[in-house]
Design a protein around this ligand. Sequence first.
Ligand code: NI
Length: 250
Amino acid sequence: MVDTHCHLSKEIYENLEEIINNMKGIMIVSAVNIKEIKEALTLAEKHPNIFVTIGLHPEEADNYTDKDLEYLEKHLKHPKVVGIGEIGLDYHYTKENKDKQQELFIKQIKLANFYKKTLVIHCREALEDAYNILKEVKNKELKGVMHCYSGNIDEAKKLIELNMSLGIGGVLTFKNEKKLKEVVKTLDIKYFVLETDSPYLTPEPFRGKKNEPANVKYVAMKISELKNINFNEVIKTTNNNAKRLFDLPI
Ligand code: NI
């Protein structure tokens, strides 16, 4: 299994080593500020099955410095870094710094273009702006993923045309979630990668507890049920999708 998006640190998990051991597969840790990048790289250097994507989250839009971007750029060459992210737009908490969010997003897409690093996009209540920026700034052949995809089928198709994949997470298992289930039923599994976004978005039947990468199997089980594809086939296909998307050296 590959959990293409999780957050792992000692601050989040007292029993971090146990959490890592529970996951029989690959974990891609999303590190979204300088402190997290340092920590995640140390973790990845220690564990062969941990890779990292690094970026400055839209939350950093008001406070980041050129030095932060330089630090980011320098570490893109680290052998365990497989992408830039999560980066993007988040209008849920505030739209007031929209311009700054977009500026930071664009700068990092340009870095991804230059270094040919897969994009991991965080997008909350900003899909139209994110789409337009990707369309305009991203190199056509550069790969990327819409982390925790939450749009509809038509929006998904437009993003797929831009060479984007869809990150499917625990939300799929929520009882009242309909839109994402339709997306998963309708579109080809070749566009999907699995993720947990641990410690957030814990799937059923563990909703309410802290999420962990090993729970990615519950997302696979739900895809298997919705698409009527054998569970092992879901794992095999989504593993290959993840390997391709992030050029994983495995
Ligand atoms: Ni995340």
